[in-house]
Ligand binder design. Structure first.
Ligand code: SF4
Length: 433
Protein backbone atom coordinates (compact mmCIF):
# COMPACT_ATOMS: atom_id res chain seq x y z
CA UNK A 1 0.00 0.00 0.00
CA UNK A 2 1.47 3.39 -0.94
CA UNK A 3 2.46 5.66 1.94
CA UNK A 4 0.30 8.75 2.35
CA UNK A 5 2.26 11.95 2.06
CA UNK A 6 1.26 15.58 2.30
CA UNK A 7 -0.36 16.73 -0.94
CA UNK A 8 -0.72 13.21 -2.37
CA UNK A 9 -4.44 12.82 -1.82
CA UNK A 10 -6.24 15.39 -3.86
CA UNK A 11 -7.81 14.99 -7.25
CA UNK A 12 -11.50 15.37 -6.62
CA UNK A 13 -14.09 18.03 -7.21
CA UNK A 14 -15.47 19.79 -4.15
CA UNK A 15 -18.70 17.82 -4.67
CA UNK A 16 -16.84 14.50 -4.50
CA UNK A 17 -14.82 15.58 -1.48
CA UNK A 18 -17.97 16.43 0.42
CA UNK A 19 -19.47 13.09 -0.47
CA UNK A 20 -16.56 11.39 1.26
CA UNK A 21 -15.81 13.67 4.18
CA UNK A 22 -19.26 14.57 5.44
CA UNK A 23 -21.07 11.30 4.93
CA UNK A 24 -18.35 9.43 6.86
CA UNK A 25 -19.90 10.99 9.97
CA UNK A 26 -23.39 9.78 9.17
CA UNK A 27 -23.44 6.83 11.57
CA UNK A 28 -21.75 8.42 14.55
CA UNK A 29 -24.08 9.12 17.45
CA UNK A 30 -23.78 8.86 21.23
CA UNK A 31 -25.27 6.06 23.28
CA UNK A 32 -27.77 3.38 22.34
CA UNK A 33 -30.74 5.59 21.55
CA UNK A 34 -29.72 6.53 18.02
CA UNK A 35 -31.76 9.71 18.12
CA UNK A 36 -29.51 11.51 15.63
CA UNK A 37 -29.57 8.85 12.95
CA UNK A 38 -31.74 10.78 10.53
CA UNK A 39 -30.93 13.98 8.71
CA UNK A 40 -33.57 16.71 8.74
CA UNK A 41 -36.03 16.05 5.85
CA UNK A 42 -34.91 19.03 3.76
CA UNK A 43 -31.31 17.78 3.83
CA UNK A 44 -31.99 14.15 3.00
CA UNK A 45 -32.41 14.59 -0.74
CA UNK A 46 -30.33 17.65 -1.39
CA UNK A 47 -28.14 15.77 -3.86
CA UNK A 48 -31.17 14.87 -5.94
CA UNK A 49 -31.98 18.52 -6.48
CA UNK A 50 -28.42 19.60 -7.14
CA UNK A 51 -27.97 21.58 -3.93
CA UNK A 52 -25.08 21.34 -1.50
CA UNK A 53 -24.43 17.71 -0.56
CA UNK A 54 -26.32 16.13 2.33
CA UNK A 55 -24.71 17.54 5.43
CA UNK A 56 -23.94 15.84 8.66
CA UNK A 57 -25.78 17.98 11.15
CA UNK A 58 -26.14 17.30 14.84
CA UNK A 59 -27.96 19.30 17.50
CA UNK A 60 -26.39 19.72 20.91
CA UNK A 61 -26.76 21.95 23.93
CA UNK A 62 -23.83 24.23 24.65
CA UNK A 63 -23.63 25.97 28.06
CA UNK A 64 -24.44 29.64 27.58
CA UNK A 65 -25.39 29.19 23.93
CA UNK A 66 -28.51 27.00 24.08
CA UNK A 67 -29.11 24.60 21.22
CA UNK A 68 -26.49 24.55 18.47
CA UNK A 69 -26.82 22.70 15.14
CA UNK A 70 -23.36 21.54 14.22
CA UNK A 71 -22.02 20.84 10.78
CA UNK A 72 -19.63 17.94 11.44
CA UNK A 73 -16.90 17.55 8.88
CA UNK A 74 -13.54 15.88 8.36
CA UNK A 75 -10.80 18.09 6.99
CA UNK A 76 -9.19 14.99 5.51
CA UNK A 77 -9.68 11.23 5.73
CA UNK A 78 -6.02 10.65 4.82
CA UNK A 79 -3.76 9.56 7.66
CA UNK A 80 -0.14 8.51 8.15
CA UNK A 81 -1.01 6.57 11.29
CA UNK A 82 -2.07 2.95 11.24
CA UNK A 83 -4.34 2.55 14.27
CA UNK A 84 -5.74 -0.98 14.24
CA UNK A 85 -9.37 -0.02 14.88
CA UNK A 86 -9.67 2.92 12.48
CA UNK A 87 -11.28 2.94 9.03
CA UNK A 88 -8.94 5.76 7.96
CA UNK A 89 -5.74 3.90 8.90
CA UNK A 90 -2.83 4.23 6.48
CA UNK A 91 -2.91 0.69 5.11
CA UNK A 92 -6.63 0.55 4.43
CA UNK A 93 -7.64 0.88 0.83
CA UNK A 94 -10.18 3.69 0.46
CA UNK A 95 -10.56 6.91 -1.52
CA UNK A 96 -8.72 9.75 0.21
CA UNK A 97 -9.21 13.44 -0.06
CA UNK A 98 -8.76 16.67 1.86
CA UNK A 99 -10.37 20.07 2.04
CA UNK A 100 -8.15 23.12 1.95
CA UNK A 101 -8.95 25.58 4.76
CA UNK A 102 -10.60 27.97 2.26
CA UNK A 103 -12.79 25.15 0.90
CA UNK A 104 -13.89 24.00 4.33
CA UNK A 105 -14.74 27.55 5.36
CA UNK A 106 -16.71 28.13 2.13
CA UNK A 107 -18.76 24.96 2.65
CA UNK A 108 -19.55 25.87 6.24
CA UNK A 109 -20.46 29.48 5.53
CA UNK A 110 -22.69 28.43 2.59
CA UNK A 111 -24.52 25.98 4.85
CA UNK A 112 -24.70 28.57 7.62
CA UNK A 113 -26.16 31.19 5.28
CA UNK A 114 -28.87 28.72 4.26
CA UNK A 115 -29.76 28.30 7.91
CA UNK A 116 -28.78 24.62 7.95
CA UNK A 117 -26.39 24.90 10.87
CA UNK A 118 -25.27 27.41 13.47
CA UNK A 119 -21.91 25.95 14.45
CA UNK A 120 -19.04 23.82 13.19
CA UNK A 121 -17.23 20.69 14.38
CA UNK A 122 -13.95 19.92 12.59
CA UNK A 123 -11.97 16.75 12.95
CA UNK A 124 -9.24 15.31 10.76
CA UNK A 125 -6.90 12.50 9.90
CA UNK A 126 -3.18 13.24 10.23
CA UNK A 127 -1.46 13.00 6.83
CA UNK A 128 2.22 13.78 7.42
CA UNK A 129 3.45 16.11 10.14
CA UNK A 130 1.02 16.96 12.97
CA UNK A 131 2.34 20.55 12.91
CA UNK A 132 1.14 20.99 9.31
CA UNK A 133 -2.32 19.66 10.23
CA UNK A 134 -2.48 22.02 13.22
CA UNK A 135 -1.51 24.92 10.91
CA UNK A 136 -4.42 24.03 8.61
CA UNK A 137 -6.86 23.85 11.53
CA UNK A 138 -5.62 27.24 12.72
CA UNK A 139 -6.00 28.61 9.19
CA UNK A 140 -9.68 27.55 9.20
CA UNK A 141 -10.26 29.35 12.49
CA UNK A 142 -8.36 32.46 11.42
CA UNK A 143 -10.46 32.69 8.26
CA UNK A 144 -13.71 32.21 10.17
CA UNK A 145 -12.93 34.56 13.05
CA UNK A 146 -10.71 37.07 11.23
CA UNK A 147 -11.83 37.45 7.62
CA UNK A 148 -15.49 36.47 8.02
CA UNK A 149 -16.06 37.57 11.65
CA UNK A 150 -17.94 34.36 12.42
CA UNK A 151 -18.80 34.62 16.14
CA UNK A 152 -20.59 31.27 16.57
CA UNK A 153 -19.63 27.95 18.10
CA UNK A 154 -16.61 26.10 16.65
CA UNK A 155 -15.34 22.83 18.13
CA UNK A 156 -11.95 21.62 16.89
CA UNK A 157 -10.38 18.22 17.50
CA UNK A 158 -6.67 18.85 18.17
CA UNK A 159 -4.13 16.42 16.77
CA UNK A 160 -1.43 15.05 19.08
CA UNK A 161 2.08 16.39 18.56
CA UNK A 162 1.28 20.05 17.83
CA UNK A 163 3.61 22.74 19.15
CA UNK A 164 2.67 24.67 22.30
CA UNK A 165 2.24 27.91 20.31
CA UNK A 166 -0.15 26.12 17.93
CA UNK A 167 -2.22 24.74 20.82
CA UNK A 168 -2.37 28.26 22.22
CA UNK A 169 -3.55 29.83 18.95
CA UNK A 170 -6.11 27.09 18.27
CA UNK A 171 -7.54 27.28 21.80
CA UNK A 172 -7.75 31.08 21.67
CA UNK A 173 -9.94 30.98 18.54
CA UNK A 174 -12.05 27.88 19.24
CA UNK A 175 -15.15 27.62 21.43
CA UNK A 176 -14.14 24.10 22.41
CA UNK A 177 -11.05 21.97 21.76
CA UNK A 178 -10.96 18.23 22.30
CA UNK A 179 -8.57 15.30 22.13
CA UNK A 180 -8.98 11.62 21.34
CA UNK A 181 -7.25 9.71 24.13
CA UNK A 182 -8.59 6.39 22.77
CA UNK A 183 -7.41 4.42 25.83
CA UNK A 184 -6.95 5.28 29.52
CA UNK A 185 -3.37 4.06 29.75
CA UNK A 186 -0.32 4.05 27.48
CA UNK A 187 0.24 0.29 27.58
CA UNK A 188 -3.21 -0.51 26.28
CA UNK A 189 -3.08 2.30 23.71
CA UNK A 190 0.00 0.85 21.96
CA UNK A 191 -1.86 -2.45 21.50
CA UNK A 192 -4.41 -0.77 19.23
CA UNK A 193 -2.44 2.26 18.01
CA UNK A 194 1.26 1.29 17.96
CA UNK A 195 2.43 4.67 16.62
CA UNK A 196 0.52 6.73 19.17
CA UNK A 197 1.82 7.85 22.52
CA UNK A 198 -0.61 8.69 25.30
CA UNK A 199 1.85 11.10 26.92
CA UNK A 200 2.02 13.14 23.71
CA UNK A 201 -1.78 13.46 23.61
CA UNK A 202 -1.94 14.26 27.33
CA UNK A 203 0.69 16.97 26.89
CA UNK A 204 -1.59 18.70 24.36
CA UNK A 205 -4.59 18.24 26.65
CA UNK A 206 -2.73 19.78 29.60
CA UNK A 207 -1.51 22.73 27.54
CA UNK A 208 -5.01 23.45 26.23
CA UNK A 209 -6.77 23.02 29.54
CA UNK A 210 -4.44 25.46 31.28
CA UNK A 211 -5.57 28.06 28.74
CA UNK A 212 -9.24 27.04 29.07
CA UNK A 213 -9.06 27.28 32.87
CA UNK A 214 -7.46 30.72 32.63
CA UNK A 215 -10.19 31.95 30.26
CA UNK A 216 -12.95 30.53 32.47
CA UNK A 217 -11.41 32.11 35.57
CA UNK A 218 -10.99 35.52 33.92
CA UNK A 219 -14.63 35.44 32.81
CA UNK A 220 -15.78 34.58 36.30
CA UNK A 221 -13.81 37.61 37.48
CA UNK A 222 -15.69 39.86 35.04
CA UNK A 223 -13.77 39.75 31.77
CA UNK A 224 -16.33 40.19 28.96
CA UNK A 225 -16.59 37.26 26.53
CA UNK A 226 -15.12 37.96 23.09
CA UNK A 227 -17.04 35.76 20.61
CA UNK A 228 -14.20 36.05 18.08
CA UNK A 229 -11.68 34.83 20.68
CA UNK A 230 -13.69 32.50 22.91
CA UNK A 231 -10.57 30.91 24.39
CA UNK A 232 -12.04 27.39 24.53
CA UNK A 233 -14.33 28.53 27.35
CA UNK A 234 -16.95 25.84 26.62
CA UNK A 235 -14.50 23.40 28.19
CA UNK A 236 -12.56 20.54 26.66
CA UNK A 237 -13.85 17.08 25.82
CA UNK A 238 -11.94 13.81 25.50
CA UNK A 239 -12.83 10.56 23.83
CA UNK A 240 -12.18 6.88 24.57
CA UNK A 241 -12.73 3.82 22.38
CA UNK A 242 -14.43 1.35 24.73
CA UNK A 243 -13.81 -2.37 24.45
CA UNK A 244 -10.99 -2.19 21.90
CA UNK A 245 -8.57 -2.72 24.82
CA UNK A 246 -9.04 -4.82 27.99
CA UNK A 247 -9.46 -1.64 30.08
CA UNK A 248 -12.44 -1.97 32.40
CA UNK A 249 -15.13 0.59 33.16
CA UNK A 250 -13.46 1.07 36.54
CA UNK A 251 -10.18 2.04 34.83
CA UNK A 252 -11.95 4.31 32.33
CA UNK A 253 -13.96 6.14 34.99
CA UNK A 254 -10.86 6.39 37.18
CA UNK A 255 -8.99 8.15 34.36
CA UNK A 256 -11.93 10.41 33.62
CA UNK A 257 -12.19 11.41 37.29
CA UNK A 258 -8.47 12.17 37.42
CA UNK A 259 -8.73 14.40 34.33
CA UNK A 260 -11.84 16.22 35.60
CA UNK A 261 -9.97 17.01 38.83
CA UNK A 262 -7.42 19.02 36.82
CA UNK A 263 -10.19 21.40 35.61
CA UNK A 264 -10.96 22.76 32.16
CA UNK A 265 -12.55 19.50 30.94
CA UNK A 266 -16.30 19.63 30.35
CA UNK A 267 -17.11 15.98 29.70
CA UNK A 268 -15.88 12.69 28.29
CA UNK A 269 -17.06 10.75 25.25
CA UNK A 270 -17.17 6.97 25.11
CA UNK A 271 -17.33 5.14 21.78
CA UNK A 272 -18.18 1.44 21.78
CA UNK A 273 -15.67 -0.39 19.60
CA UNK A 274 -16.93 -1.65 16.23
CA UNK A 275 -14.89 -4.00 14.04
CA UNK A 276 -14.09 -2.28 10.75
CA UNK A 277 -13.77 -4.24 7.54
CA UNK A 278 -10.20 -4.68 6.27
CA UNK A 279 -8.51 -3.72 9.51
CA UNK A 280 -6.43 -5.88 11.91
CA UNK A 281 -9.35 -5.81 14.38
CA UNK A 282 -11.95 -6.98 11.87
CA UNK A 283 -12.54 -10.19 13.85
CA UNK A 284 -12.55 -8.61 17.30
CA UNK A 285 -16.04 -8.75 18.83
CA UNK A 286 -18.10 -5.59 18.79
CA UNK A 287 -18.60 -3.85 22.16
CA UNK A 288 -22.27 -3.67 23.21
CA UNK A 289 -23.53 -0.13 22.68
CA UNK A 290 -25.27 -0.50 26.03
CA UNK A 291 -21.82 -0.46 27.68
CA UNK A 292 -21.18 2.92 26.06
CA UNK A 293 -24.54 4.12 27.38
CA UNK A 294 -23.78 2.92 30.91
CA UNK A 295 -20.48 4.83 30.85
CA UNK A 296 -22.25 8.03 29.77
CA UNK A 297 -24.78 7.51 32.59
CA UNK A 298 -22.02 6.95 35.15
CA UNK A 299 -20.22 10.04 33.86
CA UNK A 300 -23.41 12.06 34.53
CA UNK A 301 -23.48 10.67 38.08
CA UNK A 302 -19.92 11.94 38.61
CA UNK A 303 -20.46 15.35 37.07
CA UNK A 304 -24.02 16.24 38.02
CA UNK A 305 -25.31 13.99 40.81
CA UNK A 306 -22.52 14.26 43.37
CA UNK A 307 -21.36 10.64 43.10
CA UNK A 308 -17.73 9.73 43.67
CA UNK A 309 -15.97 7.30 41.30
CA UNK A 310 -15.62 4.89 44.26
CA UNK A 311 -19.42 4.73 44.61
CA UNK A 312 -20.07 3.35 41.13
CA UNK A 313 -20.90 -0.36 41.42
CA UNK A 314 -18.78 -2.70 39.30
CA UNK A 315 -18.93 -6.46 38.86
CA UNK A 316 -16.00 -8.84 39.38
CA UNK A 317 -14.48 -7.87 36.02
CA UNK A 318 -14.44 -4.17 36.89
CA UNK A 319 -17.30 -3.37 34.50
CA UNK A 320 -20.75 -2.03 35.31
CA UNK A 321 -23.62 -4.51 35.03
CA UNK A 322 -25.53 -3.80 31.81
CA UNK A 323 -28.94 -4.83 33.14
CA UNK A 324 -29.67 -1.63 35.08
CA UNK A 325 -28.45 1.94 34.79
CA UNK A 326 -25.62 2.70 37.27
CA UNK A 327 -27.81 4.77 39.57
CA UNK A 328 -30.36 1.98 39.95
CA UNK A 329 -27.55 -0.55 40.47
CA UNK A 330 -26.16 1.67 43.23
CA UNK A 331 -29.58 2.09 44.84
CA UNK A 332 -30.24 -1.67 44.85
CA UNK A 333 -26.80 -2.24 46.40
CA UNK A 334 -27.60 0.23 49.22
CA UNK A 335 -30.95 -0.78 50.77
CA UNK A 336 -29.93 1.03 53.97
CA UNK A 337 -30.31 4.38 52.11
CA UNK A 338 -33.96 3.76 51.17
CA UNK A 339 -36.81 4.53 51.23
CA UNK A 340 -36.32 8.28 51.02
CA UNK A 341 -39.06 10.51 52.46
CA UNK A 342 -40.15 13.05 49.86
CA UNK A 343 -41.40 15.64 52.38
CA UNK A 344 -38.18 15.93 54.38
CA UNK A 345 -35.22 14.48 52.44
CA UNK A 346 -32.34 16.76 51.48
CA UNK A 347 -31.64 17.51 47.81
CA UNK A 348 -28.57 15.27 47.98
CA UNK A 349 -30.74 12.31 49.07
CA UNK A 350 -33.49 12.95 46.52
CA UNK A 351 -31.11 13.20 43.58
CA UNK A 352 -29.83 9.68 44.33
CA UNK A 353 -33.29 8.16 43.88
CA UNK A 354 -33.70 6.40 40.49
CA UNK A 355 -36.14 8.44 38.39
CA UNK A 356 -35.29 11.75 40.10
CA UNK A 357 -32.81 14.02 38.32
CA UNK A 358 -31.20 17.26 39.54
CA UNK A 359 -34.05 19.35 38.05
CA UNK A 360 -36.88 17.37 39.66
CA UNK A 361 -34.98 17.14 42.98
CA UNK A 362 -34.61 20.94 43.00
CA UNK A 363 -38.30 21.39 42.15
CA UNK A 364 -39.38 19.04 44.98
CA UNK A 365 -37.28 20.97 47.51
CA UNK A 366 -38.53 24.33 46.20
CA UNK A 367 -42.23 23.44 46.09
CA UNK A 368 -42.76 21.31 49.18
CA UNK A 369 -42.57 24.44 51.40
CA UNK A 370 -45.81 25.72 49.88
CA UNK A 371 -47.45 22.58 48.44
CA UNK A 372 -48.54 19.37 50.15
CA UNK A 373 -47.73 16.49 47.81
CA UNK A 374 -50.53 13.90 47.95
CA UNK A 375 -49.31 11.16 45.62
CA UNK A 376 -47.18 10.06 42.73
CA UNK A 377 -49.14 12.22 40.28
CA UNK A 378 -47.93 15.38 42.06
CA UNK A 379 -44.32 14.19 41.76
CA UNK A 380 -44.73 13.32 38.07
CA UNK A 381 -45.74 16.93 37.42
CA UNK A 382 -42.31 17.96 38.75
CA UNK A 383 -40.51 15.65 36.32
CA UNK A 384 -40.12 12.55 38.50
CA UNK A 385 -40.27 9.28 36.54
CA UNK A 386 -42.90 7.65 38.69
CA UNK A 387 -42.42 4.01 37.73
CA UNK A 388 -38.70 4.16 38.49
CA UNK A 389 -38.85 6.24 41.65
CA UNK A 390 -41.94 4.90 43.43
CA UNK A 391 -40.35 1.81 44.99
CA UNK A 392 -37.62 3.95 46.57
CA UNK A 393 -39.84 6.64 48.14
CA UNK A 394 -42.23 7.29 51.00
CA UNK A 395 -44.66 10.19 51.14
CA UNK A 396 -45.77 11.18 54.64
CA UNK A 397 -44.44 7.83 55.89
CA UNK A 398 -46.44 5.80 53.34
CA UNK A 399 -44.63 3.69 50.72
CA UNK A 400 -45.53 4.75 47.20
CA UNK A 401 -44.99 1.27 45.80
CA UNK A 402 -44.00 -2.04 47.40
CA UNK A 403 -42.20 -3.69 44.50
CA UNK A 404 -39.33 -1.83 42.93
CA UNK A 405 -39.48 -1.31 39.22
CA UNK A 406 -35.90 -2.53 38.75
CA UNK A 407 -36.65 -5.81 40.53
CA UNK A 408 -39.69 -6.50 38.32
CA UNK A 409 -37.49 -6.62 35.24
CA UNK A 410 -35.01 -9.35 34.51
CA UNK A 411 -36.99 -11.64 32.20
CA UNK A 412 -33.97 -11.58 29.95
CA UNK A 413 -30.55 -10.03 30.48
CA UNK A 414 -29.38 -6.86 28.79
CA UNK A 415 -26.41 -8.66 27.30
CA UNK A 416 -28.07 -11.96 26.31
CA UNK A 417 -27.33 -11.37 22.62
CA UNK A 418 -23.74 -10.21 23.14
CA UNK A 419 -21.35 -12.10 20.90
CA UNK A 420 -24.14 -13.94 19.06
CA UNK A 421 -23.72 -12.05 15.81
CA UNK A 422 -20.57 -10.61 14.29
CA UNK A 423 -21.08 -7.59 12.07
CA UNK A 424 -18.35 -5.51 10.50
CA UNK A 425 -18.67 -1.86 9.58
CA UNK A 426 -17.22 0.69 7.20
CA UNK A 427 -17.15 3.54 9.69
CA UNK A 428 -16.37 3.65 13.38
CA UNK A 429 -18.12 5.70 16.06
CA UNK A 430 -16.38 8.40 17.98
CA UNK A 431 -14.63 10.27 15.20
CA UNK A 432 -17.13 13.12 15.46
CA UNK A 433 -17.44 13.45 19.25
S1 SF4 B 1 -7.43 7.02 14.78
FE1 SF4 B 1 -6.76 9.03 13.99
S2 SF4 B 1 -4.52 8.86 13.92
FE2 SF4 B 1 -5.31 6.75 14.06
S3 SF4 B 1 -5.47 6.07 11.92
FE3 SF4 B 1 -7.47 6.90 12.52
S4 SF4 B 1 -7.43 9.04 11.85
FE4 SF4 B 1 -5.31 8.29 11.88
Amino acid sequence: MPKITEGAVDNMTLEQKLDLLITLAGDDHDGANGKDRTLPPRLRHTKDVGALRPLNIRDLRVPGKGKVSLLRILMTNACSFNCHYCPMRRDRDMPRTLLKPEELVKIFLDAHRRGWCSGLFITTGIPGRPEKVMDDLIAVLELLRGRYAFAGYVHVKMVPGGQAAQVERLTALASRVSVNLEAPCGNSLVRIAPEKNLDTTLTGLRQARRLVRREQLERREGKPADPLRPGGASGMTMQFVVGATPDSDRTLLGKVTELYAGGGVHHAHFSAFRPIRDTPMESTPETPVLREQRLYQADYLLRQYGFGADEVVFDGTGNMPLGNDPKTTWALAHPERFPVEVRTAAYEELVRVPGIGPGSARRIVAERGTTVFRGLADLRKLGVVGTRAAGFLTLGGRRLQDVRWAEQLGFWGADDDTGKYHLTYGVSPGTFR
